[in-house]
Write a protein of this length. Sequence first.
Length: 113
Amino acid sequence: MYCLYAFNGELMCFVHVLLNALDMKEKGKEAIIVFEGMAVKLVPELEKPDNPFHVLYQKAKDAGLIAGACKACSSKLGVLDAVKSANLPLLDDMSGHPSMAAYMDKGYTILTF
């Protein structure tokens, strides 16, 4: 089981998070994605149908691979409403941020991007 924490707000970096999560799922490995840090700003961009990576993002979203997005970072970076509109869970169990330890306690190996 893998939890892919995406911190980097660069779209080309995040594409590899999507690709790896989908590849893991196709190969029978459990994987989830957490938007954290600057990566939360990618949510409104990826939700746009004209974004070149929208289809890939939607495939991961439809497959249930996206665990959610950091509530604190979404708020501070001005994308909280967009994350809510995307119907992504807001993760806030560690002072407003998603806790890596909580995922580790569930058996996930944390991978950061």
